[in-house]
Design a protein around this ligand. Structure first.
Ligand code: UDP
Length: 238
């Protein structure tokens, strides 16, 4: 059997990927399908860390949060990512994958705090590490948390899971002639005004020479195929 193309990766899942067709929250069959994909990769022996967003929960509370102080709303968003992380880790447990959730915000009765050497130890032990509460700071996003943690743990790539199977020359839902880039450099992506990750996350990856791979989490088997080095999604390289 051919070997995986990566040894250690950071997977960024958006919270909204957990909603499935629902308006908000966590859709059971969606999370189960996602975890089955994650398990396939974890079982290949790839060291896997995950950052998950909170959009699916925060969306549900957003109407009540209108007019709120931005930092307070952001802390609510970070707490939403803790809920998603717990749900994800538990869904992994149900399929026999050992996962550890580590939070950037102290909430020790629920989740252990993020401590970098501990995270590295878990990864070396073959456990999946889920980084909760984003960066722990308001005014940031979980994309930035993914870039930050990816750099900290020495991941070879940040895998940005989306609903689209890569970066396109134009919006593939609107432009029939839009083409998918198989690879593109950071500089080309900037010059072409292509949206890959939020600007802070993108700049951090670029500075740290940490490649980003954008791929579809809804396309069956895509996650494993890209891990095996097949032409899936778009690789943004230095
Ligand atoms: N958030 C934050 N700091 C972080 C990460 C997240 O303040 O480091 C807040 C922010 O309000 C954000 C929310 O948490 O809108 C949920 O994260 P995100 O929007 O990145 O989730 P996704 O869109 O990927 O589901």
């Amino acid at each position: 059997m051919t070997k995986p193309a990566y040894k250690r990766v950071l997977l960024k899942l958006s919270g909204e990927a957990l909603m499935g067709e629902d308006a908000y929250g966590i859709n059971r069959s969606t999370i189960e399908r996602m975890v089955a994909d994650v398990a396939e990769v974890a079982n290949l022996g790839v060291e896997l860390a995950i950052v998950i967003g909170g959009g699916n929960i925060f969306r549900g509370v957003a109407p009540g949060a209108q007019g709120m102080d931005r930092a307070t709303a952001d802390y609510m968003g970070m707490l939403a990512t803790v809920m998603n992380s717990l749900a994800l880790a538990d869904a992994m447990r149900q399929v026999g994958i050992t996962a550890r959730v580590m939070s950037a915000i102290a909430i020790e009765q629920v989740v252990e705090p993020y401590v970098r050497p501990k995270a590295l130890q878990y990864l070396e032990e073959g456990k999946v590490v889920v980084f909760a509460a984003g960066t722990g700071n308001p005014f940031f996003t979980t994309d930035t948390a993914a870039a930050l943690r990816g750099a900290e743990i020495g991941a070879e790539v940040v895998l940005k899971a989306t609903k689209v199977d890569g970066v396109y020359s134009a919006d593939p839902n609107k432009e029939r002639n839009a083409v998918r880039y198989s690879t593109i450099s950071f500089d080309e992506a900037i010059a072409k005004h292509l949206q890959v990750m939020d600007a802070t996350a993108f700049a951090l990856c670029r500075d740290q020479k940490l490649p980003i791979k954008v791929f579809s989490i809804v396309k069956p088997g895509a996650f494993k195929r890209l891990i095996m080095g097949e032409d899936e999604g778009t690789l943004v390289h230095v």
